[in-house]
Design a protein around this ligand. Structure first.
Ligand code: DHB
Length: 361
């Protein structure tokens, strides 16, 4: 495992925080779930708010017993690093000048620098888990990949704050002033987001303004529930949908954000990456144990089938809950009608719930 950034960086950067049931089960099978079981917050529902009026969606009842677990991606990364260290398997941080070579042959190689020395790794396979800005996807010959993309005309302003979560569950709010999301990381830490513009100037958002706006958009008794606390982090997250196909090129396999990005609404990013890892791990086991390469050959098609369903859901949640500056009055009314319909129809709520807790692998 070769990582460009230093350990402190990857163990501290703040990412999303909702694990699907299937992701929790995978971490369990891999034996890296002991802290997750202790500290993860199991959620059986979410709340949806339309212009301040909140309604609970009972995920567990609608899905026949499933739930999600609120546990930061940052914590998952820390647990995985600890597990890798515990078995003394190679995990290098601060790797520079990484290049991948000959991945369309039977002997792919990775060249890189570590501690000032040039090194080379000869591989059977390369898993490109290096994210949207990594080197693996751009190493594939132009013309071999097809990219599908949508960039949204808004972003999320996110804060991490020291305050007791005011509600037991996440609140996704559609509001005339824009989307808001109330989430949490622990019994003493809230993570909240506000729809903002992609080039939003954080200097215009002192903490008081963030709290005020959250209270307005979360509505109902939002002002009473949400107690302003010390803000530990404030950042802007851009929103895009992106898929590069195929996810395999010779002996290079693209995994997670290296191949696809979802807008954050619905928290599918990490969960999609976990599903890719699951498919690739099973395929590698079949190859090494049974000399059977068929699952490796099938990896891209299998992963993409699930990726597109999560793309659809993330796009839908995003479209349903955000304000679009270019929307006509007609579009706005259709969107409001759709949310009212979803909130009033068991069939529609079931569709939302089964996607939210995660489709089967
Ligand atoms: C969080 C992020 C999401 O995108 C989401 O849909 C729910 C929660 C979070 O960071 O907690």
């Amino acid at each position: 495992m070769l990582e460009h950034r230093d350990r402190a960086h990857v163990e501290n950067r703040i990412r999303a925080g909702v694990l699907e049931q299937g992701t929790v089960d995978l971490l369990g099978e891999a034996g890296v779930d002991s802290r997750l079981r202790r500290e993860g917050l199991v959620h059986h529902g979410i709340e949806l708010a339309l212009d301040g009026v909140r309604q609970r969606v009972d995920l567990t009842e609608l899905t026949g017993g499933k739930s999600v677990t609120v546990y930061g991606q940052t914590e998952v990364v820390r647990d995985l690093i600890a597990a890798r260290r515990a078995v003394d398997a190679p995990l290098l941080f601060e790797v520079d000048a990484l290049r991948i070579h000959d991945f369309d042959s039977a002997a792919p190689r990775i060249s890189y620098q570590h501690n000032g020395a040039a090194r080379e790794l000869v591989c059977d396979f390369i898993a490109g888990c290096d994210g949207f800005h990594g080197v693996c996807r751009p190493s594939i010959a132009a013309g071999a990949l097809t990219v599908y993309e949508r960039v949204y005309p808004f972003a999320w302003l996110g804060i991490l704050a020291e305050t007791a979560p005011p509600a037991d569950e996440l609140i996704y709010a559609r509001h005339r002033r824009g989307f808001a999301l109330y989430s949490m990381r622990s019994p003493t830490r809230a993570r909240c987001y506000l729809q903002c513009s992609p080039d939003e100037d954080l200097a215009l958002w002192p903490d008081e303004r963030v709290w005020q706006e959250l209270q307005l958009r979360l509505g109902d008794d939002g002002a009473r529930l949400l107690k302003p606390g010390r803000v530990l982090d404030k950042s802007v997250t851009p929103m895009r949908s992106f898929v590069a196909e195929p996810m395999r090129f010779g002996r290079l396999f693209l995994v997670g954000d290296a191949a696809h990005i979802v807008p954050p609404t619905g928290a599918k990013g990490l969960n999609l990456a976990a599903a890719d890892v699951h498919y690739l791990a099973e395929a590698l086991l079949a190859f090494y144990r049974n000399d059977d390469a068929s699952a490796l050959d099938n990896y891209s098609a299998k992963a993409l089938a699930r990726v597109w369903k999560a793309q659809r859901f993330s796009w839908w949640m995003t479209s349903l809950l955000h304000n679009f500056a270019d929307a006509s009055a007609f579009d706005e009314r259709v969107r409001n009608a759709e949310l009212q319909y979803v909130l009033s129809s068991r069939a529609a709520l079931t569709a939302l719930a089964e996607n939210y807790v995660g489709l089967p692998f």
